[in-house]
Ligand binder design. Sequence first.
Ligand SMILES: C[S@@+](CC[C@H](N)C(=O)[O-])C[C@H]1O[C@@H](n2cnc3c(N)ncnc32)[C@H](O)[C@@H]1O
Length: 274
Amino acid sequence: MDAKVFEFFTALLERVSGISYTTGKEYLIESRLNELALTLGYKDLSDLYQAITKKGADLKLLNEIIDALTTNETYFFRDYHPFETLKTHILPELFKKRERERKITIWSAGCSTGQEPYSIAMLLLEHFSLYLQKYRVYILGTDISAKCLEKAKKGIYNQIEINRGLPINFLVRYFKQDGAHWCINDNVKKLVKFERVNLLEASKKIFEKFDLILCRYVLIYFSDEVKKKVLTELWKMLNPGGYLLLGATEIPALSFSDMEKKIIGKTVCYRKKD
Ligand SMILES: C[S@@+](CC[C@H](N)C(=O)[O-])C[C@H]1O[C@@H](n2cnc3c(N)ncnc32)[C@H](O)[C@@H]1O
C-alpha cells in the first residue's frame, strides 16, 4: 500500500477515535479497507482514497471506516478470573456499600459485540438474584463501532462465539437456540443498555457516575497521550469506592492520588479511595 494512503487513513482514524496504527500494520489496514472499498462498490482501496480526498467522507462512510478498522475481539467471561473476582469480592463489596441508595451502576466501556456486559448481567442473575430484586442495577455497554452495537443489542451469537468462554450451565439457563444461533434471554438483555459513545468524548455523552468500570483491551490501541486523556475521564466518572478494571496485561498510563491498586486473586484492579 502506498505510504500516503496509509498515512491518510491512520491519521483520519486517530483523529476520530484515538486508535493509533503504527507503521508495520499496513497489511492490516490494506486488507480491511480493501474489503470495505469493494463492498461499497469502489474498484479498490486507492479508488476509495481518491474519492475521499476529492469529495471528503460523509458521516456514514466515516462510520464504515471506523467499523472496518476497529479490532473487536471479545468473548464471554474473557480471562475468567476478573469475573471470579467480581463474584467473590467486588460485587459483594459494592452491594454492601450501596445499601442505602440501593443502586449499582456498571459501565463496560468498549464493549464490542456485547459479550462483556452480558457476562456481568448473567453473573448477577446467577449469584446476586436477591440483590437484583432490591437494587436498581444498571449496566451500560458502549462502543464506537455502530456495527458492533447493532449485534450487541440483538444479543444473537453463533456457535463459535458461544463456544468461546461461556460455561454450559449459563448457555442452558440464559440462551434460547434458534437454528444455528443462540439468542440471549430477555431477563439478561433487560439489565443492559447499549449506547454509541466515543471514549474521546465520553464525558459529553454520559452524565452519570459508575461504581464499576470495565475498560478492557481498549486503551491498548491508543497512543500514550490518548491513553492518559481517556483514563483521566474514566477516573472522573468513577464513584468513590468504585473499581476500574483494565485488561489483564494493561498498566494504567497514569496514577491518581485517590487511586489504590488492589490485587485480588489473579486480578489487578484499581479502586477509587472514598
Ligand atoms: C478488543 S475490543 C475489547 C472488547 C471487550 N472490552 C473485551 O475485553 O472483550 C476493543 C473495543 O474498543 C472499541 N473502541 C476502540 N476505540 C474506541 C473509542 N474511541 N471509543 C469507544 N470504543 C472504542 C472497539 O470498537 C472495540 O470494539
